[in-house]
Design a protein around this ligand. Structure first.
Ligand SMILES: C[S@@+](CC[C@H](N)C(=O)[O-])C[C@H]1O[C@@H](n2cnc3c(N)ncnc32)[C@H](O)[C@@H]1O
Length: 454
């Protein structure tokens, strides 16, 4: 899109309004040109720092409410916009979001949306935009009544997702939808090698930050209200990290010991890498990550925590590009997945993710799993993990693996650690499935495998 590109090239000299940049971010997401987090990281410098919270509110808000907003927009438009006018569609979604969910006075929301068409140099659309939004204002009650029975509107989730949840998790469907539509709590991981959870909780309280202990991870604290990381005592010194409680179970289950040779095979941004290193002094840890820009995140995370590891930027499945032939004692394989257990943190999934992606991801996961298994020593352990709710990526993936890998066997998830009481999630045919919880952890899946002599 020419306008989008122009906006990017102007950024050095001009600061744009939060709305203009939000249009660009949402347009790029609609055009499948990257995730919300990458788009925001790239574009937030284009607005004045005091407007970054508004930019985030607009972008996260449109993604969170997308199934509803999209249904309303399509209902209002006689013809959908052409692909070259995706920026106008993004503008309309933002206008509807402001009218429905923000305190912006209605006339200001309409005027700003119309003005945005001019800034996009698409004056021809101003009349249309004005008419569509004014009609929405007039007919909002009738439109909502007409659309309320649509699954995407009723659940505010993509239709395919609701359908699959209904098929796989009918008993948990309501709970999953409610948690996936709510802001996640802020959960932190206390670095227990530096400070106990109790002591850190007291330090937080001294600063007026109230926290409660997570029930499943000994290092987890849930903050009553989210704060900036800079407000967390000794954050820069590596005493604490932001990490969901379900994600914290990885290192607890794998329970590495001093001297273990450990592989973190899909490692960025390095949340679990850091936790593994906190668990035991003297780990010999290798972290492999495909994306160079995500690799940088592992580097900065480990630097803050004060740990070092061998970092390799490679496709974990292509062993000849990175593996030296030395087998690992323990492997964490946190594969790329549909992220359907963490929609509340990545609401752009509501826009971007398609059912066909899951079939593709299953094949990618299978390839990585089969290759990386080779690098595990006999008697060693591999923890397979996803933040997905889809059985195809989880228990079914493991069923297929075990059927084809004679030297693999599933072992209980508390085999390596006394602290894994296994009260979290539910047991499934292989491993355990966690569902996103309103005031608790995200959706996750874990299965622990042991290499036995074939
Ligand atoms: C679920 S995320 C891992 C999260 C990470 N374990 C953490 O806790 O911070 C999956 C990661 O795998 C990376 N990835 C995808 N395909 C890969 C491959 N073939 N080899 C290595 N890494 C890969 C992605 O770029 C992404 O950073």
């Amino acid at each position: 899109m020419s306008q989008t590109n122009n906006m990017s090239s102007d950024t050095l000299s001009i600061q744009h309004s939060a709305r203009q940049v939000a249009i660009e971010v949402i347009t790029n997401i609609l055009l499948q040109q990257g995730s919300l987090s990458t788009q925001l990281a790239r574009h937030q410098l284009e607005v004045a720092s005091e407007h970054i919270p508004l930019l985030k509110e607009l972008c996260f808000g449109v993604c969170r409410q997308y199934p509803k907003l999209n249904s309303i927009a399509l209902h209002l438009l006689a013809h959908p916009f052409e692909e070259k006018d995706t920026d106008l569609y993004a503008t309309l979604l933002l206008g509807l979001y402001q009218l429905t969910y923000m305190n912006t006075p209605d006339h200001a929301a309409v005027n700003e949306t119309v003005e945005a068409c001019r800034l996009l140099k698409k004056d021809w659309a101003t009349k249309l935009m004005n008419a569509v939004l004014r009609r929405y204002q007039r007919e909002v009650d009738e439109i909502e009544e007409e659309l309320e029975a649509m699954p995407s509107v009723e659940y505010n989730q993509p239709k395919w997702f609701v359908k699959r949840l209904n098929k796989h998790w009918p008993d948990q469907l309501e709970e999953i939808i409610e948690a996936s539509n709510t802001h996640p709590p802020m959960c932190i991981r206390v670095n227990e090698s530096r400070v106990s959870r109790e002591t850190y909780k007291s330090q937080l309280l001294e600063k007026g930050i109230k926290a409660t202990e997570g029930a499943f991870s000994s290092s987890a604290l849930y903050l009553r209200n989210a704060v900036r990381v800079t407000e967390l005592p000794n954050f820069e010194e590596g005493f604490v990290s932001v990490q969901d409680e379900a994600a914290q179970l990885s290192a607890n289950i794998l329970s590495p010991k001093a001297g273990d040779k450990v592989l973190d095979a899909c490692a960025a941004p390095g949340g679990k890498t850091g936790h593994l290193l906190e668990k035991a002094e003297g780990l010999v840890l290798t972290a492999v990550e495909l994306e160079p820009w995500r690799m940088e995140k592992i580097e900065s995370n480990l630097e803050r925590l004060g740990y070092s590891a061998t970092l390799i930027c490679a496709d974990a499945g292509e062993l000849d590009t990175w593996w030296d032939g030395e087998h690992f004692d323990k492997i964490l394989l946190d594969v790329p997945c549909s992220a359907t257990g963490v929609i509340r943190r990545n609401p752009d999934i509501k826009i971007n993710r398609k059912p066909a992606d899951i079939d593709e991801l299953v094949l990618i996961q299978r390839e990585i799993l089969n290759s990386v298994w080779t690098t595990l020593k006999s008697g060693g352990f591999m923890l397979y993990a996803t933040c997905s709710l889809m059985p195809e990526e989880n228990e079914q993936q493991i069923t297929h693996f075990l059927a084809n890998q004679q030297d693999a066997s599933e072992v209980p998830l508390n085999t390596l650690s006394e602290e894994s009481a296994l009260e979290w999630g539910i047991p499934v045919s292989h491993g355990r499935q966690l569902f996103p919880n309103l005031e608790g952890h995200d959706g996750f899946y874990y299965c622990l495998l042991k290499k036995i002599p074939a």
